[in-house]
Every structure is written in structure tokens, then in C-alpha cells.
Design a protein around this ligand. Structure first.
Ligand code: SIN
Length: 276
């Protein structure tokens, strides 16, 4: 029996009483999935015995795993996110980092269902991650604005974030494999039917069919709405901490405030469905 302790009235819960690996009983997996849908991001402490293999096996309990087409060139389903002074992100090449609010790979026709992030090395200070509840962000708008947004669709593209850092031939191959996609601005949570905002400042490039100035203004307004502190929770990592988020209903932001510290995380990502 797991114990779930909410961190706020809207988003985030700590889960106790479970060691994460691929041998969990189906009823525990079902409980975790139910808690994930309800709280959108689950946090587990002291998972010190988790290895990369256990991490992958745990992920497979929730669906098919996928590799990140850019960030894991070796096609591995285990992605390493490392930040250290010696490998400081070259902002000239990758102008957008994880310190922009985003939903992972929204530029795919089928963006991922969820991600499981494990802290491998933690800096002495900083390096928290924040999540925002996109259902709460939509619910917080006036009925008039909600009605205006419902018919709209938006274009999502990998290129603005990842294109400048790729060799020309890789960039062209990615563009062929992942052309810009259109998703609804207001997506439906497939598990609950709840509407939620589905645009993000890294990958959404414009509202389909709108004048660019109108589109930019509306998107900036929606990005502000998406990041009201009332809709967020914040997690301070410790060695052995794990976060599991519903990538369909949340956005996240990793604080780049680790100074000279090293921060290394492993991420396993579960495939998802086409937004509707
Ligand atoms: C991510 O954006 O998937 C990584 C978040 C983090 O490193 O905290």
C-alpha cells in the first residue's frame, strides 16, 4: 500500500512506501498511475538502490519507452542531462534550455506521456525543478477567453530550440523526420476529459492561421498564465530522489542556478498519444 502526501491543492505529491523497479505488483502500478493522473507529478525520496536498468524497467511498467531524437544520439532510452562548468550549455548553439517552461517533445506528432527523472549527482546548492498544472492554468481563465481559445490550433517545431546546434545534414534529416506539427491550443486530458492549455515557450512557434503579431501577443499572454505560482510546485532534489510527471498535463522548468556545482540526472521517457 503506497502513501500519497499532496504538496499543494493542485499539483504535486510525495509518494512513500514503495521502492521503484520493474517488479512492482500490477495493483501498485495502477495506484501509482491513478496518483499520477490526479497529482500530475509524483516525487519519491531515497530511491538509492535504483540503477539505470531498474529505472528503465520501472518506466516500462507504464508504457513503451522512447529515445530523444536529438539529446540521445546513441538512441538510448536512458537520457543523461548533465550540467557542469566544464560542459556549460552553449547558449549560442542551443538558445533554449530546460530553464524555459516546456512540455517535452511537444513537436512530435505523438508527444510523450510521461517522464521519470532520477537525481544521479546533486550540486551543493540550487538545481530545483518546477512543474505547472496546465488544467489549472486553463481553468483560471475567464469563460470568454476559454471559449475563444478552444477552436485554435498551434504549430510546434523542434527547430528553434535544437536546429542551431545541429550539423546542417542532421538538421535537414530531423526536419524531414519531424516536420512542424499542429496541436490544439486546448488539449483534452484523455484520462479525465478535462481541458488544459497546450502551448509552451520553447516549441510552440505560432497560432495557426493568425497574424504573427496577434499570435505572438496571445502566446505571451498564455505563457504568463501558465506560470502563475498558484499553479506550480517546486522540488528540491536530494541524492536518490525521483520525479515522475504527466507530460500531457504539465510543463516544467529546471533552475539553472547551480553555480560551479555539477548536476546530473537520468531521464526515462514513456511514449504518448496524439493530443486532441
Ligand atoms: C527536463 O527538462 O526534462 C529536465 C528537467 C530537470 O533537469 O530538472
Amino acid at each position: 500500500m503506497i502513501h500519497v502526501r499532496p504538496l499543494s491543492s493542485r499539483i504535486g505529491a510525495e509518494v512513500h512506501g514503495v521502492e521503484l523497479d520493474g517488479t512492482l505488483r500490477p495493483e501498485i502500478v495502477a495506484e501509482l498511475r491513478k496518483a499520477l493522473v490526479e497529482f500530475k507529478v509524483l516525487f519519491f525520496r531515497d530511491q538509492t538502490r535504483m540503477t539505470p536498468d531498474k529505472h528503465l524497467d520501472f518506466g516500462r511498467l507504464f508504457g513503451t519507452l522512447e529515445a530523444h531524437p536529438v539529446a540521445t544520439a546513441d538512441r538510448s532510452e536512458l537520457m543523461t542531462l548533465r550540467r557542469a562548468p566544464d560542459v556549460a550549455t552553449a547558449r549560442a548553439n542551443f538558445p533554449y534550455g530546460e530553464d524555459y517552461w516546456h512540455s517535452d517533445v511537444s513537436w512530435r506528432e505523438h508527444p510523450s506521456f510521461g517522464s521519470i527523472l532520477r537525481a544521479v549527482e546533486i550540486p551543493p546548492v540550487g538545481g530545483d525543478t518546477l512543474w505547472a498544472d496546465m488544467e489549472a492554468a486553463f481553468a483560471g481563465l475567464s469563460p470568454q477567453m476559454q471559449g475563444a481559445l478552444r477552436p485554435l490550433r498551434a504549430i510546434h517545431d523542434f527547430d528553434r530550440a535544437f536546429g542551431p546546434g545541429l550539423a546542417p545534414e542532421d538538421r535537414a534529416a530531423m526536419a524531414k523526420r519531424f516536420p512542424p506539427v499542429e496541436h490544439p491550443v486546448v488539449r483534452t486530458n484523455p484520462d479525465t476529459g478535462a481541458p488544459l492549455l497546450y502551448v509552451n515557450e520553447i516549441f510552440t512557434t505560432r497560432i495557426a492561421g493568425m497574424d504573427l503579431r496577434e499570435s505572438d501577443s496571445l502566446l505571451q499572454f498564455l505563457y504568463r498564465q501558465a506560470t502563475k505560482p498558484e499553479y506550480q510546485c517546486r522540488f528540491s532534489w536530494r541524492e536518490g530522489s525521483v520525479a515522475f510527471w504527466d507530460n500531457r498535463t504539465t510543463q516544467h522548468y529546471a533552475c539553472h542556478d547551480t553555480g560551479k556545482g555539477v548536476r546530473e540526472m537520468h531521464r526515462v521517457t514513456i511514449s504518448g498519444d496524439r493530443p486532441y
